[in-house]
Ligand binder design. Structure first.
Ligand SMILES: Nc1ncnc2c1ncn2[C@@H]1O[C@H](COP(=O)(O)OP(=O)(O)O)[C@@H](O)[C@H]1O
Ligand SMILES: [Mg+2]
Length: 363
């Protein structure tokens, strides 16, 4: 073997200089996320700090880091310890929201499981340790209060700072028009009122410092996406569809609409993709399957994953316990994959074009 690199702190730092933080795309060395380096003749131990924003992909990032070190120092024993790096979110646009990623979950039509996917995604990120907010932007048919078991809660309008206090579920702030008017009355709100409701929820809610704001969009191609795109820069939209051809056409329309208002597509999800019989474990593709994966490829969009029809998903929703979709492996594995693919794609996009020097390095 050729001369192995000497093992010392400088060499270890140099080996990790090009290793990018998945949240910012910047060097983990420059961002001071590599600490407590202990490097001697045969042993390298260090702590790599990652922010909670990267929680869903953290196993991959630690494995990659170890691989980089193993390649540079093939003879060393390597230990990469884990720790959390604190990096507050910056304001998004001019609206006063502080969040690192804002993700809209939309579809071309109703009833495809958009709210279920939005709420499950939010709970999945929340369980992983991310700071997550959930905004119900379906002002005509708010279903987030029902799916999260918070229908009887009311948003507190009287904060001293003039902010709306969101309703909390498992430590996660949620805002919905359903916390302000009874669901059957929301339908009387029209045009400008709805426009202002969504912007007001974004601007005036005490969201705190968020890693992710997940927005459950109304179905179709109405005003809300335009309102959102004018209010703040969105990180991306997740488009949910079912395998039927007609729903796929609707999904393509939804993708076109998001692109028209300059919201990047973060990916497609196929919901109600097959039914696994709980008695015999045989899979029935009631509406066909795999259509969304193919369609995603055709329209040059990442495919995030599929969710089969599962009675538990429906009953968890009706019992107001969408979080429980992450308890049962039959359902959890699908939602986990979607969250993982989403965060992985976001990280890849950031790594390809890391933000400019405006990002402050916080000590
Ligand atoms: N994969 C699934 N398996 C079983 N039921 C589902 C699934 N996805 C959604 N549902 C149920 O379908 C209904 C509509 O879902 P919802 O998320 O409200 O759709 P949307 O927001 O697109 O209108 C809900 O009762 C929900 O529990
Ligand atoms: Mg819905």
């Amino acid at each position: 073997m050729v001369n192995a690199a000497p093992i010392n702190t400088e060499a270890v730092t140099a080996a990790l200089r090009d290793f990018q933080d998945p949240e910012t795309g910047r060097s983990v060395v420059e961002m001071e996320q590599v600490v407590e380096i202990d490097a001697s003749d045969e042993r390298i131990a260090l702590t790599l700090e990652l922010t909670t924003h990267s929680a869903l992909i953290r196993d991959d990032v630690y494995a990659e880091c170890e691989q980089v070190l193993r390649t540079a120092f093939p003879d060393a024993t390597i230990e990469v310890r884990r720790a959390v790096h604190q990096r507050p979110a910056l304001p998004v646009g001019q609206i006063g929201l502080t969040a690192k990623s804002v993700i809209a979950v939309g579809s071309g039509k109703g009833g495809v499981g958009k709210s279920t996917v939005a709420a499950s995604l939010a709970y999945g990120l929340n369980r992983a340790g991310c700071q997550v907010g959930l905004l119900d932007a379906d002002v005509f048919g708010p279903s987030i209060p029902h799916l999260t078991g918070t229908s009887s809660s009311r948003a507190d309008l009287g904060g001293e700072d003039g902010k709306l206090r969101p309703v909390m579920s498992d430590g996660m702030p949620i805002m919905s028009i359903g916390y302000m008017v009874p669901p059957d009355q929301a339908v009387i709100w029209r045009g400008p009122m709805l426009h202002s409701a969504v912007t007001q929820f974004l601007r005036d809610t005490d969201w705190g410092d968020l890693d992710y704001l997940i927005i459950d969009m109304p179905p179709g191609t109405g005003d809300v996406p335009l309102t959102l795109s004018q209010s703040l820069p969105l990180t991306g939209a997740v488009v949910v569809c079912t395998p039927q051809d007609v729903a796929l056409l609707d999904a393509v329309k939804a993708i076109g609409m998001f692109r028209k208002v300059n919201i990047p597509i973060a990916g497609m999800v196929e919901n109600m993709s097959g039914f696994v019989c709980p008695d015999c474990n045989k899979r029935y593709d009631i509406f066909g399957s795999g259509g969304a994966r193919k369609k995603a490829e055709e329209v040059d969009t990442p495919f995030l994953g599929e969710i089969p029809i599962n009675i538990r998903i429906r009953t968890n929703g009706d019992e107001g316990d969408t979080d429980a979709n992450h308890d049962d492996e039959m359902t959890a594995s699908h939602f986990r994959e979607i969250g993982y693919q989403l965060v992985k794609n976001l990280a890849e996009t950031t790594r390809r074009s890391p933000p400019g020097p405006s990002l402050p390095v916080l000590g």
